[in-house]
Design a protein around this ligand. Structure first.
Ligand code: SAM
Length: 439
């Protein structure tokens, strides 16, 4: 008898990546094995992102492609998972007749049960935010061996006027410090050297029982034996406290890299976005972080073309980017999302203007980023190998400051998860080229 196979396609953030690992683990525990070919799969899961309209459209068009496989494989099950699943719910089952189930992000731990309900004939709608959410630490198919991801806080309580996350991922729920430490220990014992703590507002974590915040959590997790690199994403600027900055300064294994989305450099736009800080406060936070940790690299997210954004407000964003020296920038054109407040704001920015601003911003950042990378030529770094490079005989990895590095080496010598000493030879805009110094 041939084994049953699954295929998972994942879009979006690290939380979706981890949710896919959780779903893969549940399938493997039932003897369903992975395949890279959707055409030979018995279960196809589309783990979707709804942060922008394009991402949502993409998942629907993919379902359209995969449902054709049912002609050859009538037993094929197709599940819509992730944020679009939560957002669309019953509507997805109504508009796509071949869709077998819809599984929201807070119901990921129920995949096994959902599949048996489907086998019993039900087209299953599993969305919403139940109080009890099964989570099986042993049934997570950890992908790759360089980075162990641990969710510490789910959902989001902020009400940024552009963002759909509070609708799709629900209200904030922090896991207890005890559970988090147990999972980190499990991953370190398994051999991971880098741990990435996850949350939409990761630094808003609070222990649900004791009076502990994210600074306390860092103080407990960072010193854990075997932990070479600790990272966390995504930090919300307003939630950073001096005690957290102290912890970042104190533990050298906390990577000198922080993703700190600013969204705009204009106070009036930030106010319309409901971000709860000014660009001056953001600048002061970055200055305090860099004073505490001189080698700190900071990346950010920016939205252009937000309703009412004037040319002068866009110039404020360029000014902030010029001043901040971000080592990476993820910039997006504003996309109106259902159930959010921003689409009701006046003076929508037309697509031509938004596209032009996006291009100007990206070109502007590329020059800065190239210069910052060139400053690193000649420096030596310990690189965490993430896998094979694009060319044969090369490997890819990350510096502690999260730069992508390509260097000479073979996976047989340095498998993913190895730490290799390299010297930077050349800077590109988005990566560094280096030579291995390890024997
Ligand atoms: N929770 C994080 C925060 O707010 O700082 C990030 C959440 S989101 C998954 C990642 C990024 O997508 C945001 O930082 C923002 O730049 C972008 N984004 C969110 N909603 C958007 C929208 N409606 N249009 C364009 N970009 C959007």
């Amino acid at each position: 008898m041939t084994a049953r196979r699954y295929f998972i396609e994942t879009w979006g953030c690290q939380m979706n990546e981890l949710d896919s690992q959780r779903m893969a683990g549940q399938l493997m525990a039932q003897g369903i094995l992975p395949t890279r070919d959707p055409q030979e799969a018995d279960v196809i899961l589309l783990n979707s992102c709804s942060i922008r309209d394009k991402a949502q459209q993409k998942v629907y068009s993919r379902i359209g492609e995969y449902r054709l496989f049912k002609g050859e494989r009538p037993q094929l099950r197709i599940g819509l998972c992730g944020c679009v699943a939560q957002q669309e719910g019953q509507r997805a089952l109504d508009v796509v007749p071949d869709l077998d189930f819809v599984l929201g992000p807070a119901r990921v731990g129920e995949l096994r049960e959902v599949l048996s309900r489907r086998d019993a004939g039900e087209r299953v709608l599993a969305t919403g935010f139940p109080e009890v959410r099964p989570f099986d630490l042993d049934a997570i198919a950890r992908d790759g061996s360089h980075k162990g991801m641990v969710t510490i806080i789910e959902g989001c309580n902020k009400r940024c006027t552009f963002c759909i996350v509070p609708t799709t991922r629900g209200a904030e729920r922090s896991r207890s410090l005890r559970e988090i430490v147990k999972e980190v220990r499990h991953l370190l014992d398994y051999g991971f050297v880098e741990i990435e703590l996850l949350g939409q507002t990761v630094n808003h974590w609070r222990d649900p029982i004791e009076n502990l915040d994210f600074a306390d959590l860092l103080a407990v997790v960072a010193p854990m034996a075997g932990l070479k690199r600790l990272r966390f994403v995504t930090s919300y600027p307003r939630d950073f406290t001096p005690r957290m900055i102290e912890q970042v300064a104190l533990h050298s294994n906390i990577c000198p890299y922080l993703h700190l989305p600013v969204q705009s450099g204009s106070n009036s736009v930030l106010r319309r976005m409901g971000r709860g800080y000014t660009h001056e406060e953001y600048r002061a936070l970055v200055a305090a972080l860099r004073a505490a940790r001189a080698d700190l690299a900071i990346s950010t997210d920016l939205i252009v073309g937000f309703p009412g954004e004037t040319e002068a407000e866009f110039q404020d964003t360029l000014q902030l980017v010029e001043d901040m020296n971000f080592t990476a920038l993820y910039a997006f054109k504003y996309s109106p999302r259902p159930g959010t407040a921003a689409p009701r704001l006046p003076d929508a920015v037309d697509d031509v203007t938004a596209s032009r601003r996006l291009q100007i911003l990206l070109d502007f950042q590329n020059v800065i980023q190239r210069r910052l990378n060139e400053d690193l030529v000649g420096r030596e770094y310990e690189v965490l190998v993430t896998g094979a490079g694009r060319q044969t005989g090369t490997l890819a990895g990350r510096t502690p400051c999260h730069r992508i590095v390509h260097f000479n080496g073979e996976p047989s010598m340095y498998p993913a998860g190895s730490l290799v000493q390299v010297r930077v030879d050349r800077a590109l805009t988005h990566s560094l080229l280096a030579s291995s110094l390890s024997a």
